[in-house]
Design a protein around this ligand. Structure first.
Ligand SMILES: Cc1ncc(COP(=O)(O)O)c(C=O)c1O
Length: 375
């Protein structure tokens, strides 16, 4: 039996009745696009995050892209983010016509090093995108102070941080706009693509609703150039049904993380560190070891699959060479990319599988030929 890094089937089977009936209700309703389910889900999810407005879109990538567009960011503008992130954080900036400028990440959390942000602000900088990677938040107080001082907008990338908190504020509630993904693996995941932008600002809300619908408020009349990026009724109904369980999913992720922490504390792996003031939701349980490749090969021999997020920082990828960065520019991200890997983590990960993962790691690490122990 293979132990996978993620598997949705048990959750689906546990929730099958609710989900199947939500789908049936949509199909029987006669409305498939921008109906009551989307409206309800937007309201409820935004409220869950402590924010007034939500706009459902078709992916987390579009949520970022449309947020930039709503802020009027485009050609000639610079947007600051990190190279240790998922490609879409950066591709959305490029799609909007702006230029991504990177700052390195923190040595222990692998999140944006807020202290480095001011060094890269230029007269062209318009916006900062902090990425709440792996399930915990960037230090938003510090970042917002910098943004305020320099008159910059902030868009939180919350694709991996549904329900996470920073000094008792929910991720997504601490900036001009926040972009969420409901890709199936996410802390709140659907069974296909989906995303949402949340904001406290009514003007941004109205603009975002136009931008996702060809620039329209009234049928067939564009007030401005827009796009097609809609969350559909089927996915909204599934997400609405799952939203009621989000706190349960998070609780289970925290229990699994605590069990990994306990089981692996003397293993030699560097375990995840939660920054002060943060409540982590463990989208990924990220560990670190200089002998990562060897450990992964040994785990594979035992049929255990782990995930690497991310094997390459964005600035070294051939797709982003035009940004002008070189290997060596962001050493913390580059070293992390060589050593990080994440252990299977999803709410329905069976306890006996987690025990096998922990025992296998302990065995592999104690048998390591070079007996290297990570610092
Ligand atoms: C940090 C981050 N930002 C943005 C995205 C984009 O989300 P989506 O896959 O829904 O477009 C993802 C998802 O992979 C992500 O992890």
């Amino acid at each position: 039996m293979t132990i996978k890094s993620w598997n949705y089937l048990k959750e689906y089977h546990d929730e099958k009745e609710e989900i199947d009936s939500a789908i049936r209700r949509v199909l029987d309703s006669g409305t498939l696009i921008l109906g009551e389910n989307v409206k309800k889900f937007e309201k409820k999810f935004a409220a869950y995050c402590g924010v007034e407005y939500g706009v459902g879109v078709n992916s987390g990538t579009d949520a970022l892209f449309l947020s930039l567009k709503a802020l009027g960011i485009g050609h000639g503008d610079e947007v600051i983010t990190v190279p240790n992130t998922a490609v879409p954080t950066v591709s959305a900036i490029v799609s909007a016509g702006a230029v991504p400028r990177f700052v390195d990440v923190d040595q222990e959390t692998y999140l944006m090093n807020v202290d480095a942000v001011e060094n890269v602000i230029t007269s062209r900088t318009r916006c900062i995108i902090p990425v709440h990677l792996y399930g915990q938040c960037v230090n938003m107080k510090g970042l917002n102070q910098i943004a305020l001082k320099h008159g910059l907008s902030v868009i939180e990338d919350c694709a991996q941080s549904h329900g996470a908190e920073n000094f008792s504020r929910k991720s997504g509630s601490m900036s001009d706009m926040a972009a969420f993904s409901f890709y199936p693996t996410k802390v709140l995941g659907g069974f296909g693509d989906g995303g949402m932008i949340i904001t406290h600002n009514e003007e941004y809300y109205k603009k975002l609703k136009r931008l996702r619908l060809y620039g329209m408020e009234e049928k067939y009349y564009s007030l401005e150039h827009g796009y097609n990026s809609r969350l559909d009724e089927l996915h909204a109904s599934i997400l609405l049904s799952r939203l009621g369980r989000l706190d349960q999913y998070i609780k289970r992720r925290r229990i699994l993380a605590e069990q990994y922490d306990q089981g692996l504390k003397d293993s030699g792996l560097v375990l995840p560190k939660t920054e002060g003031g943060n409540k982590h939701v463990y989208y990924h349980y990220v560990t670190r070891h200089p002998e990562r490749e060897w450990i992964i090969r040994e785990l594979e021999k035992k049929d255990i699959v782990v995930n690497i997020s991310y094997k390459w920082p964005i600035h070294v990828m051939s797709g982003y060479q035009s940004l002008g960065y070189r290997v060596g520019d962001f050493p913390v991200s580059e070293n992390a990319a060589r050593e990080l890997f994440s252990l299977p983590m999803y709410p329905s990960l069976p306890g006996d599988e987690q025990r096998i993962i922990i025992d296998s790691l302990l065995e592999i690490l104690s048998d390591m030929p070079t007996a290297q122990v990570a610092q």
